[in-house]
Ligand binder design. Structure first.
Ligand code: GLA
Length: 398
């Protein structure tokens, strides 16, 4: 079977056709799966994601002295033109009528605006292999690939964490998603074979932790559309902020766990929602990240797997961001005898689970999960064995 062209190959070939082979700048950046530290990044906590070997690629060349960028999204077969003076119309809230599939324009406008591009005129071509809308951070891969290629094209150099923060601002200010720093940071600084232990508060710091060779990483996509994800995500962020205020801490990750049976009601909020479960998840998850990094360093995969299972239970019961399909994948994996542990990964509300499979067992495990899922829901899920890859890089183009 002839392999399909990769995102790099598609972007470079399409760009060559559009720009006629003039000098170009290209960069690629990966998506991610998070092993541990879910919903802790915007609470000043730690996270432990890996970059995956699926990436987005952006190619840029100068075309004239003007201030127009013509951008072609290869996989969407869509082209958009941006004027340096009009980028603000893409700011979140300014443009409420973006059609489905058009959100990529906000990412482009955000990167161009925040990198202060005023010209020269550009041709930009983008293609990606990270599945969209699955919770594997295709948007972070898109923003980071574009920002890295643009940095090169405009002769701007920057520290990778500064670049990650800029891409996070694109999410906040242009996509309207109040996300933490995890996705953009791992896409910028990951190294192959390692997870990234990232401290998400100022000053941001990180260290690379080797992934034990006795664990294979399997990603299972439930294909549950994450339509309500952004509203529900923003509601969790707001709940955590309110809880931190009530408890008098700057970062919720620093709060003391609230015992079961006790509640934390926000008097200012008319719904009277009990915020204690959010606090219990964030504080226990923060402790699990440290334990997981220690387990990885000690090569204790069984302990790492157990921590994933505990994390999933907390995300399901306390943070309430799982769904029956994700729970089914996790339960099936844990009972199969082929896995060290499993949990949902990313924001939740559908999307993917990450499973740590025994060495050599990913294939059998994937078959087992797929058939159980089919029996229970009458439809397929999709599985993908991934490797811990490296972060964003410029590509040498002849
Ligand atoms: C999304 C956000 C991240 C993080 C995760 C949950 O992926 O973009 O910043 O909050 O959800 O851990």
């Amino acid at each position: 079977m002839i392999p399909l062209p990769t995102a790099r190959q598609r972007a470079l070939a399409a760009h060559r056709d559009r720009s006629g082979g003039v000098k170009c700048f290209a960069a690629a950046a990966p998506g991610r799966v998070n092993l541990l530290g879910e919903h802790t990044d915007y609470n000043g906590g730690d996270v432990l994601p890996i970059a995956i070997n699926l990436e987005c690629c952006a190619v840029i060349s100068h075309h004239d002295a003007g201030s127009r960028a013509e951008v072609h999204a290869v996989d969407l077969r869509d082209t958009a033109v941006f004027e340096a003076d009009d980028l603000d119309v893409y700011r979140a809230g300014q443009r409420t009528h973006a059609a489905p599939g058009e959100s990529w324009r906000a990412y482009v406008a955000g990167v161009l605006a925040l990198m202060r591009w005023r010209g020269p005129g550009l041709h930009i071509t983008i293609a990606g292999d990270v599945p969209r809308g699955s919770g594997l951070s295709s948007s972070a891969a898109f923003e980071v690939a574009l920002a890295t290629a643009l940095g090169q094209a405009l002769g701007q150099s920057s520290d990778p964490i500064v670049r990650a923060r800029l891409c996070q601002r694109v999410e906040h200010e242009f996509a309207g998603v109040p996300c933490g720093l995890m996705d953009q940071a791992v896409s910028c600084v990951a190294i192959p074979g390692h997870a990234l232990l990232l401290r998400c508060r100022e000053p941001v710091s990180f260290r690379h932790v080797p992934l034990p060779p006795s664990a294979e990483v399997l990603v299972v996509d439930t294909l549950v559309p994450r339509t309500l994800a952004s509203t529900a995500y923003a509601a969790r962020v707001a709940g955590c902020r309110a809880a931190a205020g009530l408890l008098g801490v700057k970062h919720l990750a620093d709060a003391s766990p609230i015992p079961f049976g006790e509640s934390l009601i926000d008097p200012a909020h008319e719904s009277g929602e009990d915020l204690a479960p959010l606090v219990r998840h964030v504080t226990t998850e923060q402790a699990r990240v440290s334990a997981a990094a220690a387990a990885m360093e000690a090569g204790d995969v069984a302990r790492l797997g157990a921590l994933l299972n505990e994390s999933h239970a907390s995300l399901r019961d306390e943070y309430r961001v799982s769904c029956p399909e994700l729970d089914c994948v996790v339960d099936t994996s844990v009972r199969s005898g082929f896995a060290w542990g499993a949990k949902m990964t990313g924001a939740g509300f559908g999307g993917c689970a990450v499973v740590l499979a025994h060495p050599g067992a990913s294939h059998r495990l994937a078959e087992h999960i797929t058939s159980s899922f089919q029996r229970r829901f009458g439809r397929a899920c999709s599985t993908l064995a991934v490797r811990a890859g490296g972060g964003a890089a410029c590509i040498d183009v002849e």
